[in-house]
Write a protein that binds this ligand. Structure first.
Ligand code: DGY
Length: 322
């Protein structure tokens, strides 16, 4: 029996590529060049499975022709780059890779929170530029983190891991805004209180960390009106998806000192960075590193492999999202 033809759109950890090559008729992308929308559309007609990731825009046009592809085993927990309604209409299964990246993404969100509060980006830029004139009581004075209030928008797996670190590691008080009601025992685990809306949460927080999904439902959730509800010394952290923040509104708020600072790991047009963000001093920016550890990137690949194995042996993939 011939093995399913699969396409891995970007370089994956070597150990996982080796496993995929053993089990499938696998095509890899050794140059790691991002695929164009046209190339992805063509691939839909040539492969039984595509293993895309966040850089692969699979909008409705990608599904236009009757494709050969039967499963999109996404490498990543977020899948707002895939039009899942179009996939469903064509009976194409979509899976993601939850759980394995929750720890490391929450670690990075905490890194960003600390960097923003303690002005680490500004300090490093100053030092590298050779501009440090020495220790002084008023130099790059930041905000204390321990004991402050953290608002978490989106209380899924990563939001909860963020709460665990902030509450148990830094004694922070946790406020939560989530689409559905969170079980009281879950909230109790993190000393958290759930509030009814984003509007209710923002004015009470020293830090706000975004952990909700991207896509149309949450596009520009954080805009000028909501930024205006934040405290003038509060910080905004985003490790979710770039489109959740209206970047011009954020830049404006930072430049006018309407909030204390921000830290972003994700951007609406990434890898292009909106030029308005570049001149914001009180902004820390990282290049989408949330899940970027050896352990997690291998774990994500193995999770996608498990989804493929289940699908091609006639079971429901464990991480089916569409
Ligand atoms: C994720 O898993 O969603 C990461 O952001 C990479 O897509």
């Amino acid at each position: 029996m011939s093995r399913p033809r699969i396409l891995v759109t970007r370089r994956w950890p070597e150990a996982v590529e080796t496993r995929l090559a053993q089990e499938f008729d696998a095509t890899f992308n050794p140059d790691d060049t991002p695929m164009t929308e046209a190339a992805l559309r063509d691939a839909m007609a040539e492969y039984d499975a595509i293993l895309p990731t966040v850089t692969d825009k699979l909008g409705v046009a990608a599904f236009a022709e009757a494709p050969r592809v039967r499963i999109l085993a996404n490498y990543g927990v977020g899948f707002s780059h895939i039009d899942t309604e179009a996939a469903k209409a064509r009976d194409i299964v979509v899976t993601n890779t939850p759980d394995v990246l929750s720890d490391c993404t929450a670690d990075l969100a905490m890194t960003l929170l600390l960097m923003a509060a303690r002005r680490a980006g500004e300090g490093e830029r100053e030092l590298r530029a050779g501009d440090w004139s020495g220790w002084r009581p008023t130099h790059l004075v930041g905000s204390k983190v321990s004991g402050k209030t953290l608002g978490i928008i989106g209380f899924g797996r990563i939001g909860r891991e963020m709460a665990r670190r902030a509450h148990h590691g830094f004694g922070m008080k946790i406020l939560v805004q989530n689409r559905s009601q969170v079980a009281p025992e879950t909230l109790a685990e993190f000393g958290a209180t759930q509030v009814g809306s984003v509007e209710e949460l923002l004015p009470d927080c020293d830090f706000v960390s975004l952990h909700c999904p991207g896509g149309d439902a949450n596009r520009h959730l954080i805009n000028a009106d909501r930024l205006a509800l934040m405290r003038a010394d509060a910080f905004l952290i985003n490790t979710a998806r770039g489109e959740v923040i209206h970047e011009e509104d954020l830049a404006n708020a930072l430049q006018k000192g309407r909030i204390g600072g921000a830290a972003l790991d994700v951007f609406e047009g990434e890898p292009a960075i909106n030029p308005v963000l570049r001149n914001c001093d009180r902004l820390v920016m990282l290049p989408h590193l949330g899940s970027a550890t050896r352990e997690t990137r291998e774990g994500m690949g193995l999770r996608a492999l498990e989804n493929l194995q289940a699908f091609f042996t006639g079971s429901t993939p464990p991480d089916r999202v569409a």
